[in-house]
Design a protein around this ligand. Structure first.
Ligand code: ATP
Ligand code: MG
Length: 225
């Protein structure tokens, strides 16, 4: 579903961020992406989101190729990808429900359809009772749940999480992580970039890809025992 083949990414001033990175994420798979600061995690996610293009190599996502995709197809592709950030990025002047609805309004869906979908999404992330709250009235963990509900609005094939628990305490981190796991059990693939090795260690059996200076130094899927 997602395949990076010999991807190298160079930025004009900072040089090589990724160096010959190849891996595949299958439909419904859960995978951690770890590595020190600057290792290239966010760059991998941005390439999958086609917010960046590789300097060489190819990124394929759900039938689209980074070498051929047209600008107008990028918007279509992004509906298949949910993106969750460390800092939530909610609209502060909109309620939880309005934040989620906003993602659906761009598709031109009817208001009644949007209302029903928003209610379902907020219930799915355990936030039905806070639908009318503004972000400033929500805890960090609750704000992240809203951001996850928003990311799920288009029933994406994959959720990309970039340090999605980076601003949360241990308890909230675990709650959000469990939410990602339950979303994954329902069939959505998850690529979860994190510094939090504690989280990785506790998740026995999950796939782990480790980046170091832009190269994959470990991929549990290719380790044979
Ligand atoms: N837009 C950009 N322009 C120039 N250089 C960039 C840009 N984005 C990232 N880089 C560089 O690419 C390298 C990888 O950065 P990236 O953000 O992918 O790392 P990361 O693993 O996500 O780090 P962190 O854990 O700190 O978020 C770094 O050396 C960084 O300086
Ligand atoms: Mg990053």
């Amino acid at each position: 579903m997602i395949r990076l083949s010999h991807v190298t990414k160079e930025y004009p001033r900072s040089g090589r961020a990724l160096d010959d990175v190849s891996f595949e994420l299958r439909k419904g798979e859960f995978c951690f992406l770890t590595g020190h600061s600057g290792a290239g995690k966010t760059t991998v996610l941005r390439l999958i989101h086609m917010a960046e293009t590789p300097t060489s190599g190819e990124v394929r996502v759900s039938g689209y190729s980074s070498t051929r995709i047209r600008r107008k197809d990028v918007a279509m592709l992004r509906r298949k990808i949910g993106y969750v950030f460390q800092d939530f990025r909610l609209l502060q002047d909109r309620t939880a429900a309005q934040n989620v609805a906003f993602a659906l309004e761009v598709t031109g869906a009817r208001p009644a359809v949007i209302r029903a979908k928003v209610a379902k999404l907020l219930a799915q992330v355990g936030l039905a009772s806070k639908a009318q709250a503004y972000p400033s009235e929500l805890s960090g963990g609750e704000q992240q749940r809203v951001a996850i509900a928003r990311a799920l609005a288009h029933d994406p094939l994959v959720l990309l999480a970039d340090e999605a628990t980076g601003n949360l305490d241990e308890r909230a981190t675990w709650g959000i992580f469990e939410l990602f796991r339950s979303i994954n059990s329902a069939g959505t693939a998850v690529l979860f970039a994190t510094h939090d090795l504690d989280l990785v260690r506790k998740s026995v059996g999950a796939r782990v890809i480790e980046l170091d200076h832009g190269q994959i130094v470990y991929d549990s899927a290719t380790v044979t025992v």
